[in-house]
Design a binder for this molecule. Structure first.
Ligand code: MSP
Length: 594
């Protein structure tokens, strides 16, 4: 039977559309031309990317949720680099404000020493989890203070800031002003009646102050126009819709300073030493500071993508764009929003004692294990619950058994005594059915061939879990392929059997090369181990190198005949309760010895 061919001559988007159609086909369609994923023709200068995480408050130590924001951004940055982009990735710490001032007081430290200590902890966490940021910013740095002062002065000179009187609710914990409709009643731990933010549950207080106001109300229609003209500006869609709804409600002017007598720990308002700049205005400008503002910053600024948690959407999708519009600066390309991790169905909190320490857990499950779990299970649209049991099950099934098992099988000296990348023989795998390969094998080749385009689409929209789902499904198919043809039963003294065995192993190693390359943004260490074992050189690991099984199309394969790399052990050791127990014992010991 002749298998239909799919001719592809355009870019990957066309290719992907065609591929989607082809899944509807009962017969697998095979590629016939060299399809490169990614826009390789684009000139280098166009390929600029700038991704940011929120800057983290230093009032407490890092927790799992913070690591999650950083891992998403890191994955995106690594992916863009694989695609040949000049990518910049900024993270850092948010160090001003009443909340930090109070935390430093409670710790009996001067605020800067306190901030430095906690900021170092974040840096250390990111270092230990392979977060490859290019910039680390602290809002207490001089360059940032200069950027904020400049930004403020631009808004002031445009008449967008005026002196007024603010009266309303304020949550110090969220550093946020609230409308009466956003406030509810509750009892504190001593049974006293208090007011809380309905959204965060944090205590709010009534405040009345003379301070500076920003003309936020003047920006409603421009914000609506921006969101309507750019339906992908806030992703996923449900958050875009939420912002559109908020903009239908009241949008009062925003207080952007506090009296110095109440808040000393912050940047003074230029020209008014009695007032301190509101911490959110100060913090948001960090994204510009890193880009070089107020000096040349446009190269990076036009390509900025923010990654944020759902709790800080209002600040990024309303206040920040309004400030930028006011200052005459371009708006972010995309604001990517993610949901939260809960523990036992509840928000992580010190008082509930359910805060997950990302250091401890990445030691328990390895750094790559933790990264994989967060990105495989984290869904941008809805909250996810974290349990150790889920981590163990997922990592064992997908990384240790499925991926690790496939690599072990296909590189085992028993099957591959010469330890080389063996040759493909088209006699067994012709472009038409009739060799030893069966229909499922053609389906598998087809799925792996189109995998880079599928993964690209999901990495682009930050639906990393969907990319990992697709990769996992292909790994399963490759394991099925090996299992189906039982290469260990073939007689290596027989020439035909030997060539068929080589073909099976060659196809499997080609699959593994594709998986290893695509997984680099998620699990950099495991991918490196895998690709090194296959003998794939560093310059052969980019998106452009994702040319799967060229020999099937009669093209040369640069890997065939090449020696495999050294065996540095399993990709991920199977995890069991002993991993969890060992770390817990270590932790208890270190707590006791303090
Ligand atoms: N300092 C502000 C951000 C200023 S950006 C100009 C802030 N800091 S934060 O430390 O409270 O939060 C930083 C990020 O961590 C936010 O994106 C927040 O959504 C995220 N997370 C905090 N708890 C989280 C979970 N439980 N789960 C996932 N992410 C969570 O807000």
């Amino acid at each position: 039977m002749r298998l239909p061919f799919l001719f592809v001559t355009k870019g990957w988007k066309t290719f992907h559309r065609l591929q989607q159609n082809h899944f509807l086909s009962p017969v697998p369609r095979l590629w016939s031309t060299d399809v490169r994923c990614g826009s390789t023709q684009q000139c280098k200068e166009d390929k600029v990317y700038y991704v940011t995480t929120p800057i983290f408050y230093v009032n407490a130590s890092p927790h799992l949720g913070h690591l999650y924001s950083a891992v998403i951004a890191d994955c995106s940055h690594r992916y863009k680099r694989l695609q040949g982009f000049n990518s910049r990735f900024a993270t850092g710490t948010d160090e001003h404000g009443l909340k930090i001032q109070q935390a430093a007081e409670a710790a009996g430290k001067d605020p800067l020493t306190f901030c430095t200590d906690v900021s170092e902890r974040f840096k250390h966490l990111f270092g230990s989890c392979n977060i490859s940021h290019t910039d680390y910013i602290r809002t207490t740095e001089k360059r940032h203070r200069q950027a904020v002062e400049h930004f403020w002065t631009v808004l002031w000179n445009k008449g967008l800031i005026y002196k007024g009187s603010y009266e309303g609710f304020y949550s110090t914990q969220d550093e946020s002003f609230l409308m009466p409709s956003q406030v509810g009643d509750a009892l504190d731990s001593s049974g006293k009646e208090i007011k809380i933010s309905l959204e965060s549950g944090h205590k709010v207080e009534w405040m009345k102050e003379e301070n500076y106001m920003f003309r936020l109300s003047a920006f409603r229609s421009q914000l609506l126009d921006w969101l309507k003209a750019n339906p992908g500006a806030i992703q996923p869609e449900r958050f875009h819709q939420a912002v559109l709804r908020w903009l239908q409600e009241d949008l009062p002017d925003l207080s952007v300073s506090r009296q110095r007598s109440r808040l000393q720990w912050g940047i003074p308002v230029p020209g008014d030493a009695e007032q301190t700049i509101y911490v959110w205005l100060d913090a948001l400008v960090n994204y510009l500071t890193v880009a070089g503002y107020p000096d040349r910053h446009d190269q990076w600024w036009h390509a900025v993508h923010h990654i944020i948690g759902k709790d800080i959407l209002k600040f990024h999708a309303i206040y920040w764009p309004a400030f930028l519009l006011g200052a005459g600066l371009p708006l972010p390309e995309v604001i990517h929003v993610h949901s939260h991790w809960t523990v036992g169905g509840k928000k992580m909190s010190k008082s509930l004692g359910n805060v997950i320490d990302p250091f401890e857990h990445s030691q328990m499950f390895t750094t790559d294990g933790m990264r994989y779990f967060l990105l495989r299970q984290g869904v941008p649209d809805s909250d996810c619950d974290y349990t150790e049991n889920k981590v163990v099950k997922l990592l064992n099934a997908e990384l240790a058994d499925s991926l690790g098992g496939l690599l072990n099988r296909c590189t085992a000296p028993a099957l591959n005594p010469a330890q080389v990348y063996p040759s493909f023989c088209s006699q067994f795998f012709p472009s038409e059915l009739g060799g030893k390969a069966v229909m499922e094998d053609y389906h598998m080749l087809d799925a792996v061939k189109s995998l880079p385009a599928v993964v690209e689409k999901h990495y682009e929209s930050m639906h990393v879990y969907k990319a990992l789902e697709a990769i996992t499904a292909c790994i399963r198919q490759t394991n099925g392929f090996v299992q189906r043809h039982t290469p260990w039963k073939l007689d290596r003294r027989d020439d035909e059997d030997q060539r068929w065995l080589d073909t099976i192993i060659c196809v499997s190693l080609e699959c593994l090369r594709i998986y290893g390359t695509l997984l680099q943004p998620v699990v950099p260490e495991i991918s490196n181990k895998l690709l090194t074992r296959l003998g794939v050189r560093p310059e052969e690991r980019s998106w452009e190198a994702l040319d799967f099984l060229p020999r099937f199309r009669g093209m040369d394969c640069p890997f065939e005949g090449r020696a495999l790399g050294s065996d540095s052990g399993v990709l991920l050791s199977r995890l069991g309760s002993q991993n969890v127990d060992k770390e817990k014992t270590k932790k208890t010991k270190s707590v006791h010895s303090k």
